[in-house]
Design a protein around this ligand. Structure first.
Ligand code: TRP
Length: 337
């Protein structure tokens, strides 16, 4: 992360969105959100809720509305400062949908058809393969390009969408002269990939049917302790990072993310101690890591007026930037502006 922290006089623009589905897990938090917070301290950051993308799976309206608000509150709760950064909601900044339409006309059917995520989602949900799902990466390109973003922190699964964004930007620049900043994906380190506590070969997921497999950022301390106590390990009874010790490796990664200690230091700390001790220590580190997030979230959710004002202000700031880019693009392609 350090390498991308820029000096204040030449801040980099960092942009990313998160979909408003279920509450983030500890995995989402350590793998993404915690890095967003760290990046926000030295970069010019814009983060938000990708509600238009979530619409591709036709969520139940009341649940969807609530989840969008909850995820927005969560972005503030992880410590993003809405005064210093922009935190906003995608659908409330109309330029996203507008630029997406324009960019649809500069994206080939063939290249969009090659997107792995589209093919996978289409195969998994044959009953609703809508055009929005197909155009999903183009909307993502619009999100990113509206803000002249330099870096886009995303998970590995979004790498191809960043590639198509770069292709679209370069193509447009070639045709109409330099218009868009060509963004770079910023993929977190593999170490931050947190696995299921019950099946450490699988990624920790909010949709896991086994409630003991994942920890939510909002879980109460006692619940967190219980889940770690029942985490799957191995029979060696030695805290060390090694192949074949997926459960312990995962707990070590979690402990490392929460305490900043590296693996050798952790091995030393738990030398000659059993897994019981180690699990309790990991649970306590996680509890302390998540405590301020949960407390801030609970108090924010009680203040709907403040939350609404933050959304208005964030969207206002986002719109001011987005409108400039859209006007420039509209003019270049020959729309009447
Ligand atoms: N598709 C992204 C995801 O599921 C979310 C997203 C939408 C996004 N627009 C974006 C991420 C723009 C980065 C930049 O994770």
């Amino acid at each position: 992360m350090e390498s991308h922290l820029s000096p204040p006089e030449k801040k980099k623009r960092v942009f990313s969105l998160i979909q408003p589905t279920a509450m983030p897990t500890l995995g989402n938090y350590l793998g993404a959100l915690k890095n967003w917070k760290e990046m926000s301290e030295l970069n010019d950051c814009i983060f938000g809720v990708a509600d238009l993308h979530a619409l591709t799976v036709r969520p139940e309206p009341a649940v969807f509305r609530r989840q969008s608000l909850e995820i927005f509150a969560m972005l503030l709760s992880i410590g993003l400062d809405p005064e210093k950064n922009i935190v906003f909601v995608q659908s409330r900044v109309e330029q996203h949908a507008q630029l997406a339409w324009i960019l649809n006309c500069y994206t080939q059917f063939g290249e969009a058809s090659r997107m792995t995520q589209f093919k996978e989602k289409a195969a998994a949900h044959e009953e609703n393969v809508n055009v929005g799902l197909f155009a999903y990466p183009v909307l993502m390109a619009a999100d990113i390009l509206l803000y002249n973003s330099d870096f886009v922190p995303v998970g590995e699964d979004q790498r191809q969408h960043l590639e198509i964004t770069r292709d679209i930007a370069e193509r447009f620049n070639q045709l109409y002269g330099r218009t868009f900043t060509v963004p770079e994906a910023y993929i977190g380190k593999v170490g931050a990939r947190i696995m299921s506590l019950q099946d450490p070969a699988k990624k920790m997921s909010k949709s896991d049917l086994n409630p003991k497999a994942s920890v939510s950022v909002l879980d109460e301390p006692e619940v967190i302790l219980k889940k770690f106590k029942s985490a799957v390990t191995d029979s060696e009874a030695c805290v060390r990072y090694a192949e074949g010790k997926d459960g312990i490796n995962n707990l070590m990664a979690i402990y490392s993310c929460c305490t900043g200690r590296d693996f050798p230091a952790i091995e030393k700390e738990f030398e000659g101690r059993g897994y019981g001790d180690f699990k309790t220590a990991v649970a306590e580190a996680v509890i302390e890591e998540l405590r301020p997030v949960r407390e801030s979230y609970l108090s924010l959710m009680k203040d709907s007026g403040y939350l609404a004002a933050c959304i208005d202000a964030g969207c206002g700031k986002a719109r001011a930037i987005a409108a400039k880019t859209l006007a420039k693009v509209s003019k270049k392609v020959g729309l009447l502006v």
